[in-house]
Design a protein around this ligand. Structure first.
Ligand SMILES: [Zn+2]
Ligand SMILES: [Zn+2]
Length: 288
């Protein structure tokens, strides 16, 4: 399961591996929170976020609150880190009325603090990850004030909740893409122009995974949104090579048929699965 690109587990903060809070299996979605006072973390090093996170746990478990653990499931900081609080499968002390049915994430921001792009993307990655089979939550995103009368998560973030900012697809992978490699000149062709071969982009799935029919460690349609753009990219490349294929990011009968025919042509194992070798061949093997 792809986790958020920058995920810090509890062990990074010196806490027990799993939270002592009671078990729950939230399915309804994710609730956004903030801090009622400005923290100015975006202007500081990420270490300041880690300190903030530890302080927050100290406050929540201290005499004034007396909770079992930090109140939130997760934090998403200005630098794009998702930080584990109570984590997966735990009830929270965050939004009464939804503590065991929703997960919670705090932006750690105050009313005047900026919500950064990296932070928005961290929430989007967290949401998509939580929608995958291990936890399989719905993609709904709410604000704390949807549950009780509170200023939380602040007007700025709440507007984003209402406008659907957090439910747009996340960006994944390195923040700055590598500069494009120069492409080789295409061989002369009498008929229609063919795309030149070029270095393939890195195979986007974890090692051993493939785009394919539903079985095994595979990308498939339901629930998996993280890699749809990647499959689209491969389909577009195949279309540029002259194959009749829809560029929709979905693995269906047409994509399987094209994959098998292409594998046969390139003398790859004909299994219909788009693994690393079949992915690469779309860019790197000569167009015939
Ligand atoms: Zn809140
Ligand atoms: Zn940070």
């Amino acid at each position: 399961m792809p986790e958020p690109d920058k995920l810090q587990w509890r062990s990074a903060f010196g806490w027990s591996k799993s939270s002592p809070a009671g078990r729950a299996d939230p399915k309804k979605g994710l609730v956004i929170h903030y801090d009622s006072s400005d923290q100015n973390l975006a202007a500081k090093e990420h270490k300041a976020c880690v300190d903030y996170w530890k302080r927050t746990r100290g406050f929540h478990t201290g005499p004034s609150r007396g909770w079992a653990d930090i109140g939130y499931s997760w934090g998403a900081c200005a630098h794009g880190y998702v930080m584990e609080g109570r984590g997966l499968f735990r009830t929270q002390a965050a939004q009464p009325g939804g503590n065991s049915t929703y997960y919670s994430v705090t932006l750690m921001t105050g009313p005047k603090d900026e919500v950064t792009d990296a932070q928005i993307n961290a929430v989007r990655q967290l949401r998509e990850w939580l929608m995958e089979p291990t936890s399989s939550t719905s993609g709904t995103v709410k604000g704390h004030r949807d549950f009780i009368a509170t200023s939380c998560p602040g007007d700025k973030a709440y507007r984003m909740v209402r406008e659907g900012t957090f439910t747009k697809p996340a960006r994944w992978g390195p923040e700055t893409p590598a500069p494009p490699k120069p492409t080789q000149p295409s061989p002369p062709s009498a008929s229609k122009p063919k795309p030149p071969t070029t270095t393939a982009p890195a195979f986007p799935l974890p090692k051993g995974w493939y785009f394919g029919p539903r079985s095994g460690p595979t990308y498939s349609v339901s629930g998996y949104y993280s890699y749809r753009a990647d499959l689209k990219r491969w389909q577009q490349r195949m279309r540029n090579r002259g194959w009749v294929i829809s560029v929709d990011g979905l693995y269906g009968a047409q994509t399987e048929g094209v994959t098998r025919a292409f594998q046969a042509e390139k003398r790859l194992a004909v299994d219909g699965k788009i693994g690393a070798a079949t992915w690469r061949a779309a860019w790197e093997s000569p167009v015939t």
